[in-house]
Design a protein around this ligand. Structure first.
Ligand SMILES: [Zn+2]
Length: 295
């Protein structure tokens, strides 16, 4: 467990501190809180559902990687299954700021990576920026999504984003997090390529049609994959490399552990992730090999 997470837990009030220590020190802890653990935390602490989520935000924010802003944002997204998914912002020195990941994107991608198909609520330690309000409007059931901030009443996303523009304005019926399988097959018998292809098959790219996925292998041989998450407003789209880095970060593995990477995307699509993927990896470590598969 990274020091920032240990420190965030140490700073919690009792008995939440002791209960969170138990949960987080379990070898199975994966930056999520299951519904049974959440109910038990609520009983032991006497905190309401919303107050408990807000009280846990510093632990989510402790996953932040923000060398530029040093502004640590945490988000906790709850899936329809009742499980809570931590997320935190990520910044990358040496590339455009547009490559940054916001905490809401991190928590939402985390839930998506682990199989959630819709979210009921998201709790954030700062008011969501315009970019994230738009990103969240891409979600399945966006009109029902509750946003909870500290010391605020929960409000629906569309209270934060009145008169929203979204997928339906472009005739798109498959929202973000809807289960997808684009049915592409990798013929290479390579675990990293297979993982990137699996992510490609789940990617949400209804506008450019450039379905795409990335898989990262770390120095221990663990594989983290990420699906491309496109957005109706284009700019808030989240590239597949970023989603794979979110998976790695929330698995408590430093980006300095990246061994090699595969990018899969559609051949001859109207856009490409290749140059941005190369640029971000180059900024992290120029020696990371990137394999590229256009299918
Ligand atoms: Zn944001």
């Amino acid at each position: 467990m990274r020091v920032s997470v240990q420190e965030a837990i140490s700073a919690l009030s009792s008995p939440l501190k002791e209960e969170m220590e138990k949960i987080v020190s379990s070898p199975d802890f994966d930056a999520t809180i299951g519904p049974e653990d959440f109910a038990s935390l609520s009983t032991v602490t006497g905190l309401s559902d919303a107050d408990l989520r807000v009280a846990m935000l510093p632990v989510a924010a402790a996953y932040s990687v923000a060398p530029i802003s040093k502004f640590y944002v945490g988000a906790i997204a709850r899936g329809a299954s009742g499980r809570l998914y931590f997320g935190a912002n990520m910044e990358f020195e040496g590339v455009q700021l547009s490559q940054s990941v916001h905490a809401e994107q991190s928590a939402i991608s985390h839930a998506w990576l682990k199989g959630e198909t819709s979210l009921t609520d998201i709790t954030i330690n700062y008011s969501p920026c315009g970019h994230c309000r738009q990103f969240m409007n891409e979600l399945n059931d966006a009109d029902k999504l509750e946003v909870q901030l500290p010391q605020r009443e929960a409000m629906l996303l569309h209270k934060y984003l009145p008169e929203p523009f979204g997928p339906s304005d472009l005739g798109i019926e498959e929202p973000l997090l809807a289960p997808l399988n684009h049915g592409m097959i990798a013929h290479e018998d390579d675990a990293l390529i297979q993982a990137a292809m699996g992510a490609t098959n789940r990617s949400h790219a209804p506008y450019s049609k450039n379905i795409s996925g990335v898989a990262i292998r770390d120095k221990q041989g663990n594989i983290f994959s990420g699906m491309y998450a496109e957005n109706a407003a284009f700019n808030p789209s989240l590239p597949p490399l970023q989603v794979a880095m979110i998976a790695m970060n929330l698995a408590d593995v430093s980006l300095s552990e990246i061994q090699d990477v595969v990018l899969v995307e559609k051949a001859n699509a109207v856009i490409s992730h290749l140059q941005d993927t190369q640029a971000v990896l180059e900024a992290l470590n120029p020696d990371i090999p990137l394999a590229y598969l256009a299918v």
